[in-house]
Write a protein that binds this ligand. Structure first.
Ligand code: UD1
Ligand code: CA
Length: 470
């Protein structure tokens, strides 16, 4: 049985935050979440997170997390090194002895399924006690260097303990390892803080295992970013940029057209159909899914929104909504949760729709609020209509039948029902149900007062003249 230990004790002082470093976000998800997802994707479901700085926040995050992994936590109350951190999980390992244990850094978000699986394959094939995931990079400064020999590796030397020659090595320790669990338990208690930093180095396990006649080797990851973490806000921004560009790169291969990448950000769980065009300043997040041939124009922010095919969205903010095929929405429209926009609908500027169904080919052209409503097909809303859904205490629904015509500036005071093919006159406040085919009108007769303006003007001029005299 395989386990994973994720080291998540870091503070990230230079980030200047009270959050533990692993909860800082890359593309809207904590770095720890990226690492856990990589484990889950590689089929590793038993995870022990070593928390430290602000450990309660890590605990709180994990307790509300949805995912398949079974995650336990242990606390490292003093930060005495990576070896010490793993010691905190010794009991966890003893309970789950038998297979292999993967060790990952919770603040290196780009660990991936292929690297985890590839290194495990080498680890088991060679019968290693430890297999270190490495990467060959041009700027190895700060990382532990890999010392290879004819039989695998002979150790890892930290930057601060390197000789000048060793410092030139550019194969580095990513901080990810596979250990034979029993061998790891065996040497953990033998680690000593005898080094430049007086820390318990996890990397010292390698020489200890070799001295017991066991094998150690290194697996070079294809993923150049596997070891990347962030020490400050600049570094975190760089991680975001790398993640953002990786995702965009993938969608380019799937036939998505980007007109300009400025301000474009696409979440890891988002799906997009071929032939869709994405303009600058578009943010797609959560479980947003967009169909084929859509045009997502500048300023769209779609979260957990499902969009059909051939739909055009322009400056639309949408949360937890569904928009079907051949729909045109925008500019400056907000779709709030539990909204369904059926095929062929047209929605124009300054419209807000909440918890409502808008039937096929209905038009809501301008300045309208539709909330808690069931609107049929081919309905036309004039400008400035409002469904009055809230009486100060409770919310009520409005129903509008197919082919109805809601005149400009109509208020529909819910609960109320407008029948099929019914009309409301401009300016009407509808408080009673409107039968099928009827017109609702609540206007008083218009009165025109002759000569009104002249009288008004005279009074005003007299007032101004009096003020001048005074
Ligand atoms: C470690 C490796 C180094 C490797 C680098 C990759 C050791 C001795 N060195 O460096 O060879 O190139 O990772 O990034 O292991 N942590 C704790 N508690 C501690 C110390 C660290 O939880 O007491 C966590 C950190 O939060 C981080 C991870 O362990 O997630 C790595 O620690 P960090 O200090 O970044 O790594 P180094 O020791 O510098
Ligand atoms: Ca009125």
């Amino acid at each position: 049985m395989n386990n994973c230990i994720i080291l998540a004790g870091g503070q990230g002082k230079r980030m200047k935050t009270t959050k533990p470093k692993v909860l800082l976000e890359v593309l809207g998800e904590p770095m720890l979440e990226w690492v856990i997802k990589a484990c889950e994707s590689a089929g590793i479901e038993n995870i022990c997170v070593v928390k430290g700085y602000e450990g309660e926040q890590v605990e709180a995050y994990l307790s509300q997390r949805k995912g398949s992994a079974d995650i336990k936590t242990v606390l490292q109350s003093e930060r005495l090194g990576t070896g010490h951190a793993v010691m905190m999980a010794a009991d966890y390992l003893k309970e789950r002895n038998g297979g292999n244990t993967l060790i990952l850094c919770g603040d290196a978000p780009f660990i991936d399924k292929e690297t985890i699986e590839g290194s495990l394959a080498l680890h088991t094939k060679e019968g290693n006690a430890v297999t270190v995931v490495t990467s060959e990079i041009s700027q190895p400064h700060g990382y532990g260097r890999i010392i290879r020999n004819e039989n695998g590796i002979s150790g890892i030397v930290e930057e601060k303990d390197c000789t000048d020659e060793q410092r030139k090595i550019n194969e580095i320790n990513s901080g990810c390892y596979w250990f034979d669990t029993a061998s790891l338990i065996d040497v953990l208690s033998e680690l000593k803080p005898n080094n430049a930093q007086n820390e318990y180095y996890l990397t010292d396990c390698i020489s200890l295992l070799l001295s017991k006649g066991k094998r150690a080797d290194a697996y070079i990851s294809h993923n150049k970013n596997v070891s990347l973490g962030a020490n400050d806000r600049r570094g975190l921004l760089m991680l975001n940029d790398i993640a953002r560009m990786n995702i965009i790169d993938k969608w380019l291969d799937f036939g998505i057209e980007f007109t300009c990448l400025d301000g474009v950000s696409i979440g890891t769980q988002v799906e997009i159909g071929a032939g869709t065009v994405i303009e600058s300043g578009v943010r797609l997040s959560g479980k947003t899914k967009i169909g084929e041939g859509c045009h997502i124009m500048t300023g769209c922010m779609l979260n957990n929104t499902v969009v059909g095919n051939n739909t055009v969205l322009n400056f639309v903010q949408s949360n937890d909504a569904v928009v079907e095929d051949n729909v045109k929405i925008g500019p400056w429209v907000q779709l709030r949760p539990d909204t369904v926009i059926k095929s062929g609908v047209k929605i124009g500027d300054f419209v807000e729709i909440k918890n409502s169904v808008i039937g096929e080919c209905t038009a809501v052209a301008h300045l309208t609020y539709v909330g808690d409503s069931d609107v049929g097909a081919n309905v036309n809303f004039g400008c400035g209509c409002v469904t009055v859904n809230f009486d100060g205490e409770k919310k009520f629904r409005t129903m509008i039948g197919d082919n109805s015509f809601i005149g400009c500036n109509t208020n529909l005071v819910a609960p109320v029902k407008v029948g099929r093919s019914a009309y409301t006159a401009a300016g009407t406040t509808v408080t009673k149900d409107v039968p099928d085919g009827a017109l609702a009108i609540d206007r008083n007769k218009q009165a025109n007062i002759a000569g009104y303006a002249e009288k008004k003007l005279k009074a005003r001029n007299e007032k101004i003249a009096a003020q001048k005299k005074a």
